[in-house]
Design a protein around this ligand. Structure first.
Ligand code: ASP
Length: 311
């Protein structure tokens, strides 16, 4: 699948600016010419709205955790992205969603193969706040209700365009293109870090398959004083290479800077193993790094007080 082939890594390093920092991504994957202009603008619009939602929280003095959750909810509600409503479908036509959130103080929550929570990232946050666990698989309606979160049925999540995509993939016996997984990282005005990621996984994936997104240290990781990271890409490779923790370990044990840690992990753990994807990261000093070795990636970040949406 051409989507899986890494290209030369592209990396943006944004020097610390302002009281808080935020970066949002909308997935890494195939080639830009696969998207019509209109669709590309719709992706950019979704990312801008998500960025604005997260930024409002931070500007009001809210926490990095609340900011990343707010940003992700916008994208889960937007049917264009591969998360929440409009997510990629598993081989049987159902939406099984994964999400995780982690704060830099060492708390994390995640859900895998979630079929009922309207906003999987909010449920992940409840796992973090209200349960003694980190990851809950196939959370049931009773649990979701007991935590006061909204449920939705499969008709809400499954869109016509995802049904058509799945039918094409069945006809070709193929895996789908991967873009549209969503993630966010933030550093709030107290220096607290957080990361969150949400996805429907890979179109036409086996029922019950869980990717890197809800695996702490693989697709999502945060640690105050070091960095917060949200990944997107070939989930199996990100799990096997423990990508987000690998970056943090380089900061922690080698003392390198964030951009060097990100590029070293991508080069050695992903490109070196012929896997592609991307990530957004924020360091303890507020440096933001956006990088991918996939042909394209959607991301939004603040550069010189200007919102840049990258495709
Ligand atoms: N990493 C996600 C997964 O493997 C997919 C993606 O980011 O596009 O489930």
């Amino acid at each position: 699948m051409s989507d899986d082939k890494p290209v030369q890594t592209r990396l943006w390093r944004i020097a610390p600016q302002g009281r808080y920092q935020l970066a949002v991504h909308g997935g890494a994957g195939g080639r830009i010419h696969e998207l019509a202009d209109q669709e590309r603008h719709a992706f950019e619009d979704g990312l801008s709205r998500a960025y604005a939602a997260g930024e409002t929280v931070l500007a009001d003095g809210g926490t990095a955790t609340d900011a990343v959750c707010a940003a992700i909810c916008v994208l889960e509600d937007d049917p264009l992205f591969n998360a929440g409503r409009g997510a990629s479908l598993a081989a049987d036509g159902s939406a099984e969603l994964d999400a995780a959130i982690m704060d830099g103080a060492g708390h994390a929550g995640a859900v895998a193969a979630s079929r009922h929570a309207r906003n999987p990232v909010r449920l992940a946050r409840q796992v973090m706040r209200r349960s003694p666990h980190v990851l809950i698989a196939a959370p049931d309606v009773e649990l979701i209700n007991s935590w006061g979160e909204q449920t939705a049925d499969q008709r809400y999540f499954v869109t016509d365009s995802r049904r058509r995509q799945l039918a094409h993939l069945h006809a070709d016996d193929a895996d789908g293109p991967r873009h549209g997984t969503v993630g966010a990282v933030a550093r709030d005005s107290t220096g607290g870090l957080a990361a969150a990621t949400s996805t429907g996984g890979i179109a036409n994936q086996s029922v019950g398959r869980v990717g890197d997104t809800p695996i702490i240290g693989a697709g999502t990781y945060a640690r105050n004083g070091l960095a917060a990271i949200s990944c997107t890409g070939h989930g199996e490779a990100f799990m096997l290479c423990v990508v987000s923790y690998d970056i943090v370990a380089r900061l922690r044990y080698l003392g390198v800077d964030l951009a060097d840690a990100v590029s070293a992990t991508i080069e050695t753990e992903l490109s070196g193993k012929d896997s592609s994807g991307g990530l957004v990261a924020v360091g303890a000093d507020g440096t933001v790094v956006v990088a991918h070795n996939s042909p394209m990636m959607f991301a939004a970040f603040d550069q010189d007080h200007r919102l840049v949406t990258l495709t």
